[in-house]
Write a protein that binds this ligand. Structure first.
Ligand code: MG
Length: 362
């Protein structure tokens, strides 16, 4: 066992093109530029993905800068997740997407070294994966109806809301897919009374739950809404980590856990267990990202009630493949590690620590 070999780190920036412009209540997106971290140790490599969001204070530049800063500081034992994660957290606060890239890459490498898939490494049962939803962004009602029909392979749809015409849009989607389970996501669009009125208007369309109806408000605002809402309430943007789960206990029915918000698989498990401890349900979510990040999250999905892991399905040029979907159900790879393989061209590659980072501070 070549234990004295230092862990190497490099990164590449992908450019992913959305199949169609993706609109939510606070903006529209046509490309995504996630960063793939590659760790190498004793001839084995592991991949992890950072899908940074400016909403949480990260960008491609902050991710690349932090990976450059951390290169050479990962030690020589890729199985010592605890020490490495502590070192990442001691170096910089937050920056969860960048940390998730490194931590997931270490899990990929460890799984490959041991010859087991990541879900087996974590003791999880691959047959217990949930259905994933397929997301319909905000658009003209007839366009949303067409997208809903095109997504006939997915029994669960997640529809973005938070506009003045939500009823018209949801009516079109419901008409297109009478049998679908439909959940909605307002992406922090509303204040409490507006949220309640909106939820009361859309309840008629048979909605499973409402994700992030409120702006980043106090837990008591969430409690006020939950106690009056006819539909279950889930927090996403307001619930970044396990600490937020405790803050929101009793104020929401469920939370959305994302690797890019919480910082990796271990922190995601902590957040999931905290939510279950408080009687909340959990949905695993994602950003617009490649199969590297989506597959990493999917390996945790046997732990949760719901999944919204479709970020890679919304892009036309993902250079990776991993987890697949069968009639909506996530099918985990059974190859060692994440079980992700490259099927397309590499992005812009850099050996971490060698790029000029212009003194950028994450
Ligand atoms: Mg959301």
């Amino acid at each position: 066992m070549p234990a004295k070999t230092a862990i190497q780190l490099s990164h590449e920036t992908l450019t992913l093109h959305l199949r169609e412009p993706f609109r939510i209540s606070r903006g529209v997106q046509t490309i995504a530029r996630p960063v793939i971290a590659t760790v190498t140790h004793a001839g084995e490599t592991g991949w992890g993905e950072a899908a940074p969001s400016t909403f949480y204070g990260e960008s491609g530049d902050t991710v690349r800068s932090l990976l450059d800063t951390l290169a050479g500081q990962l030690g020589n034992d890729p199985f010592n997740f605890q020490a490495i994660v502590e070192r990442l957290d001691a170096t910089v606060q937050r920056n969860a997407a960048a940390k998730a890239a490194i931590e997931c890459a270490l899990h990929d490498l460890a799984g490959k070294r041991l010859g087991v898939p990541v879900h087996r490494l974590l003791g999880l049962d691959a047959t217990r994966t949930p259905l994933t939803s397929f997301t319909i962004g905000i658009d003209e009602p007839e366009v949303m109806a067409r997208k809903a029909r095109d997504a006939h392979a997915y029994p669960v749809l997640k529809v973005k809301v938070g506009t003045e015409a939500d009823e018209e849009r949801l009516a079109a989607v419901r008409d297109a897919r009478p049998d679908a389970i439909i959940r909605v996501d307002a992406n922090a669009a509303w204040l409490p009374r507006h949220a309640l009125a909106s939820i009361q208007r859309i309840e008629q369309f048979g909605i499973q739950f409402v994700e992030q109806p409120l702006r980043l408000l106090d837990p008591e605002d969430w409690r006020w809404l939950r106690s009056r809402s006819p539909l279950p309430i889930f927090a996403d943007e307001s619930c970044v980590n396990a600490h937020d789960v405790h803050r929101l206990a009793g104020c929401v029915d469920g939370v959305v856990v994302k690797l890019a918000k919480v910082g990796g698989l271990r922190a995601a498990i902590a957040q999931i267990l905290a939510a279950h401890l408080h009687g909340m349900e959990v949905m695993l979510g994602c950003m617009i990202e490649s199969a590297v990040g989506i597959t990493a999250a999917a390996h945790l999905s046997p732990l949760v009630e719901y999944a919204d892991l479709d970020g890679n399905l919304l892009v036309s040029d993902d250079p990776f493949e991993g987890v697949t979907v069968d009639k909506g159900k996530l099918v985990l790879p059974d190859q060692p590690g994440l079980g992700v393989r490259r099927i397309g061209a590499a992005g812009e590659q850099t050996i971490a620590g060698t790029a000029s980072t212009l003194g950028a501070t994450p």
